[in-house]
Design a protein around this ligand. Structure first.
Ligand SMILES: [Zn+2]
Length: 93
């Protein structure tokens, strides 16, 4: 959309800037995915998926607020925040 005080060149600059931002965001996400795949091949769980507590889940070890890793390790985290921190730690190490 071009406003009265803009030119088509301004619009083109904005479009190019948005495309560049998307390219940078996609490159960053691809790098994270590549790192997760690399760690998985090395046998490291990156805790990429998890199940929260549910009364009818049938998991006697899981308590309200806790989260169990369903990726490969089955580790129980005290909260979503702990789970996210473990993902970050796995990608950092
Ligand atoms: Zn895990």
């Amino acid at each position: 959309m071009i406003y009265f005080d803009e030119t088509s060149a301004d619009e083109l600059d904005a479009i190019r800037e948005q495309r560049r931002d998307v390219d940078l965001e996609m490159a960053a996400m691809t790098a994270v995915g590549d790192r997760m795949a690399e760690l998985r091949r090395a046998g490291v769980c990156t805790h990429g998926s998890a199940q929260g507590y549910r009364e009818d889940l049938g998991d006697p070890e899981l308590r309200p607020g806790q989260v169990r890793c369903t990726d490969t390790c089955g580790r129980i985290f005290a909260s979503d925040d702990d789970w996210y921190a473990a993902i970050d730690a796995a990608l950092r190490d």
